[in-house]
Structure formats: structure tokens, C-alpha cells
Write a protein that binds this ligand. Structure first.
Ligand code: WQD
Length: 342
């Protein structure tokens, strides 16, 4: 019997790449997404890439009645991957109540439905933002979490606590939280990728839009950090490598017969690159010269973080494989296709 996975936020950036990998691994998928930050056109692309079309329902999971009705009609779901959330760091500072309601109530609704309809397994999309600026690098999963710089980051930390406390209280549940470092790149077909609405907040989409002439120049936020070239360091992970880790996490839960409890894994490459190294890497990978300027630091940014990936490598048997330049080129190919650039 083919297992059926609910992917919330499945028309989004990481969600859509994960749906493709779930299909490739033989799972059936149903997506719930409110399309507030993505387009239903992604369903066509997922079908074109994987040869299979996911089921799809549009509603917001913070709506308790709609969420219960969905699960009542879909009690054959075997596991859940929960991506659906508001995710713009800057916007969360301006609209904290929207972020707390959307990101916390949706998870609580899902967990209550899991108990009611006996769905044991959930994989949660968390973030390295829960570490704040770690004292020791590379950062391991047992590094104490710090107060986040933003309501967005705080919702990730509180969501992890909601999951952990729920698994402790309700033994019929089991959960895996995946702490992403910086997801970048696009599917090799260039049929799906990152589609930020408005001005991109994240580095790589801003780079590709600058290269496409949509943005006049990239602003590098600070070159006075305590790093080799002064710009901040992050662990940039290919989105397809990231998606594959979710398939492994789902398999782990489905096979663990409720023994998994609550587990946390860092999903990074283990390598840190500075902003200026990413700029140079993009120019080298694509042959496109980037117009950029150095400006003061962005409020709330940390200086440097990269993952210790030993636990995920050994326990999940997962490792990021794609090289940085291949990943940056995939982001550029996606941008070119999006803007009909040859
Ligand atoms: C990366 C680096 C910037 C834009 C956040 C969230 C994380 C996840 C990813 C959602 C930093 C610099 C950026 C620009 C720049 N969010 N930068 N010019 O802030 O590490 O992580 O986004 O899933 O949870 O915390 O990612 O891509 O915004 O920034 O110089 O125009 O690039 O200062 O050093 P960040 P980012």
C-alpha cells in the first residue's frame, strides 16, 4: 500500500522540492497551502518533473475548523511534513501577532488533529536561527538555543518546544525537527525554485535578480565582521539536498514503530562561506559580473554560523552532496527561465 504524506506549504520553495523527492521515492502526496506566498502553477511543474500530480487543497492551517475537516476527510495520511509558515524575518518584526498566530496555531491545530485521527508522524521545518549567534562553531544539535533576533525565529523555537512537549505527553506521537541552515539554489530542471514576492530579503534571490537586471545592485550588509574578508558567514545548503533529507526523515519515522520520540538534526553542508565569497562564486559559476556595494550591517544579523553535520551524516545517513558553484548556477538558471533570459 503506497504511503500518503501530507506536505503543508508544499507549493513553497523547500516544500515543492520535497514533494518532487517524495514522488521520486514512491510516496503519494497531498499538499495543503494557502497560496499566500506561492502559486498553484507549481503543481504543474511538480507533475512535469516527477510524472505525478500531488493532490492539493487551499486553506490556512491556523483555521481550526477547516483543518479538522481536512483531517477528517484524509485519515489515510501516514505522515506529515510541516513547512507552512510565515517566514520573512523583517516582516515578523513589523507584524509579530500575525507571525505568532499563523506559525503557532497552525502547528497546534495539526498536532491536535494527529491525536484525534491517529496520525503519529510529523517532520517539522525548523531553522538554525534558533541558535542565535553560537559561541562555538561549527554548531551541534546540543548547542543551547538562544533568544531569536526576530518573532519569526522565536516561532521556530517555540514550535520546537510545542513538538517536544507534545511527544513527551502523548506517546502516540513522534517527531523530527530539521534545522535548516541557508537553503539556496533550484531544481536542475529550472522548473521550480525560489520565488520571493516583492523585494527579496534573502541573499541568493537578490543576487540572481541583480544579475537579471531586475535590481540595480546588491547591497552587501557589512564588511566589518570578524571574518577573513569582513562579510558575514553562513552555511548555504542546496535545496535538493535539503529535500532529500526530508524523505529520509519520513522513512525513519514510518519504520520506527513509534520509538523515535523527538529528534533534532542540523541540515547544512558543514562549510561556511562569506557573502563576498558567494558573490565571487556566483560570478565564477555563471560568468555574470555582479554590481554590488558595501553598506552597513543589517539589524539582527549574526556574524557567522555553520553546521556540524556529523549527527545527521551518521544517524540519518544523509550528507549534502552538491557543490556551491553548481548550486549558484542552478539558482541563475531558474532566474533566467523565470524572466525568459537566454
Ligand atoms: C544571508 C547573508 C546577510 C541579503 C534568514 C533566516 C533563516 C532563513 C534564511 C527562512 C547575511 C547577507 C542578505 C542582501 C546581504 N529564513 N545579505 N545582502 O539572514 O542568514 O537567514 O533567511 O527560512 O531562518 O534567519 O539569510 O539570505 O537573508 O542572509 O548582504 O541583500 O547575506 O547579511 O549575512 P539569513 P539571508
Amino acid at each position: 500500500m503506497t504511503k500518503k504524506i501530507l506536505v503543508t506549504g508544499g507549493t513553497g520553495y523547500i516544500g515543492s522540492h520535497t514533494v518532487v523527492e517524495l514522488h521520486n521515492a514512491g510516496y503519494d502526496v497531498i499538499i495543503v497551502d494557502d497560496l499566500s506566498n506561492s502559486s498553484a502553477d507549481v503543481l504543474d511543474s511538480i507533475e512535469e518533473i516527477s510524472g505525478k500530480r500531488p493532490e492539493f487543497e487551499q486553506f490556512n492551517l491556523a483555521d481550526t475548523a477547516k483543518t479538522d475537516d481536512f483531517f477528517n476527510r484524509n485519515q489515510d495520511v501516514d505522515a506529515i511534513i510541516h513547512f507552512a509558515a510565515s517566514k520573512a524575518v523583517g516582516e515578523s518584526v513589523e507584524k509579530p501577532l500575525h507571525y505568532y498566530r499563523n506559525n503557532l496555531v497552525s502547528l497546534i491545530n495539526i498536532l491536535e488533529c494527529q491525536r484525534k485521527y491517529k496520525i503519529a508522524n510529523i517532520v517539522f521545518s525548523s531553522s538554525c536561527t534558533v541558535y542565535g549567534q553560537p559561541d562555538k562553531l561549527p554548531v551541534t544539535e546540543d548547542t543551547p538555543r538562544q533568544d531569536a533576533e526576530s518573532p519569526y525565529g522565536n516561532t521556530k523555537r517555540v514550535n520546537e518546544d510545542i513538538l517536544h512537549d507534545s511527544v513527551k505527553a502523548y506517546p502516540e506521537l513522534q517527531a523530527i525537527a530539521l534545522r535548516y541552515f541557508n537553503p539556496i539554489g533550484a531544481h536542475p530542471t529550472a522548473l521550480i525554485g525560489e520565488l520571493p514576492l516583492g523585494v527579496p530579503q534573502n541573499l541568493v534571490p537578490f543576487i540572481t535578480q541583480t544579475a537579471a537586471g531586475i535590481r540595480e545592485k546588491l547591497s552587501v550588509f557589512g564588511d566589518d565582521y570578524d571574518t577573513a574578508d569582513g562579510s558575514a558567514i553562513r552555511d548555504y545548503i542546496n535545496v535538493v539536498d535539503l529535500a532529500k533529507a526530508h524523505v529520509i526523515a519520513i522513512k525513519r519515522l514510518l519504520e520506527s514503530k513509534n520509538k523515535a520520540g523527538y529528534e533534532v538534526f542540523n541540515l547544512g553542508t558543514g562549510n561556511g562561506y562569506s557573502v563576498l565569497q558567494i558573490v565571487k562564486g556566483f560570478e565564477k559559476a555563471t560568468g555574470v559580473k555582479l554590481n554590488y556595494q558595501i553598506v552597513p550591517r543589517r539589524e539582527g544579523d549574526i556574524e557567522k554560523i555553520w553546521a556540524d553535520t556529523t549527527y545527521a551524516n551518521e544517524e540519518l545517513g544523509w550528507k549534502a552532496e552538491k557543490e556551491l558553484e553548481e548550486t549558484l548556477l542552478s539558482a541563475w538558471n531558474w532566474e533566467k527561465r523565470l524572466r525568459n533570459i537566454q
